[in-house]
Write a protein that binds this ligand. Structure first.
Ligand code: IPE
Ligand code: IPE
Ligand code: MG
Length: 259
C-alpha cells in the first residue's frame, strides 16, 4: 500500500521526555467546589486562582516549558451576568497583581482567544503584560480566554486565505495552516488534564490535541495541587505514545537508539 499523500503534522513524533514539554489544563469544578461548601460559585473562582499560582510555580520548578490554561471559553458568556462580571474583574485583578511576579520569575505570558470581546482596560493590560514578558526565557504561560477551538481553526483558515487569496485548494495541507493557529508558537500539548470529573474537551484546543495524552480527574480545580499534578505526571510517564505506529516498532526504535 502506498503512503497517503496528505501530510500529517503528527508524523513529527516528539521525543518522549520524563517531564512533558507542554501541559494543557481545563481547570474545571470551581462552582461545584463552592456549592459543596454552601458558598457562592464565585468563591470557587477566587480559590481557583490561588491554585493557578501554585501550578505555575510548580510547572516552572519542574522544567515544563509550556503551561496552557483554559480560563474562559467562548461559551462561558452564557453564564449568569454576575458570574461573568466576577470572572472579568478577577481576570483584571490578576493582570494587575500577578504580571510583575511572573516577569520577575522569567515567565513569558501569552493570551490566546478572541480578546476583542474584553473591555478596553483588560485588552490594554493584556498587551502590556505580553510586551513586558516577551523576552523572558523561562516557562511560557498561556491563558486561553474567550477561546474556542472551532474559532481557532476558522481563524487560521481565514488568515491563511487572506494571505494566499489565489491558492489552489489541493495545495493546502496541515502545515499551511500551522502558522495561523493561535498556539503556533508552541509544540502540541503532550499532556492534557481536566479536573472536575467531566470527560470532554469543551471546545478547547481541538486541532492541537490530536495526539495528546488525556488525563481526567474527579478532583475539583480548587482541590488540585502539587500532589495531584504529580499523580498526573506519573500517569503520563507510563503512557506509550504510539502516534499510529505499533508497540513493536517503538521498542525496535528504542533498541536501535541504544545500540
Ligand atoms: C471552571 O469551573 C471555571 C470556568 C469555567 C471559568 P466551573 O465554573 O465550570 O465549575 P463547575 O464546573 O460549574 O463546577
Ligand atoms: C470549560 O469548562 C471551560 C473552562 C474551564 C474555562 P466548562 O465548565 O465551561 O465546560 P462544560 O460547559 O461543562 O463543558
Ligand atoms: Mg464547569
Amino acid at each position: 500500500m502506498s503512503k497517503p499523500i496528505i501530510a500529517s503534522s503528527t508524523l513529527i513524533i516528539p521525543e518522549t521526555h520524563i517531564i512533558p514539554t507542554h501541559v494543557a489544563i481545563i481547570m474545571d469544578g470551581n462552582g461545584r467546589w463552592a456549592s459543596q461548601r454552601f458558598l457562592p460559585r464565585v468563591a470557587g473562582h477566587t480559590k481557583g486562582l490561588e491554585v493557578v499560582k501554585k501550578m505555575v510555580e510548580e510547572s516552572a520548578r519542574l522544567g515544563i516549558k509550556y503551561l496552557t490554561l483554559f480560563a474562559f471559553s467562548s461559551e462561558n458568556w452564557r453564564r449568569p451576568k454576575e458570574e461573568v462580571n466576577f470572572l472579568m474583574s478577577l481576570f483584571l485583578k490578576a493582570l494587575e497583581k500577578e504580571v510583575v511576579k511572573l516577569h520577575s520569575n522569567n515567565i513569558k505570558l501569552k493570551l490566546i482567544g478572541d480578546i476583542s470581546a474584553f473591555t478596553a482596560e483588560i485588552q490594554e493590560k493584556i498587551s502590556k503584560a505580553e510586551l513586558l514578558t516577551v523576552n523572558n526565557t523561562g516557562l511560557v504561560l498561556t491563558i486561553a480566554a474567550n477561546y474556542g477551538g472551532r474559532w481557532d481553526i476558522l481563524n487560521a483558515i481565514r488568515n491563511f486565505l487572506q494571505n494566499n487569496p489565489s491558492v489552489d485548494p489541493n495545495q493546502i495541507d496541515e502545515s499551511s495552516l500551522t502558522p495561523y493557529f493561535s498556539m503556533s508558537f508552541a509544540p502540541e500539548p503532550d499532556l492534557f488534564i481536566r479536573t472536575g470529573g467531566e470527560q470532554r474537551v469543551s471546545n478547547f484546543l481541538l486541532w492541537q490535541l490530536a495526539y495528546t495524552e488525556m488525563y481526567f480527574t474527579e478532583k475539583f480545580w480548587p482541590d488540585f495541587g502539587v500532589e495531584s499534578f504529580n499523580d498526573s505526571l506519573k500517569w503520563y510517564r507510563q503512557r506509550e505514545r504510539r502516534f499510529g505506529q505499533t508497540s513493536h516498532q517503538l521498542v525496535e526504535k528504542t533498541e536501535i537508539n541504544h545500540a
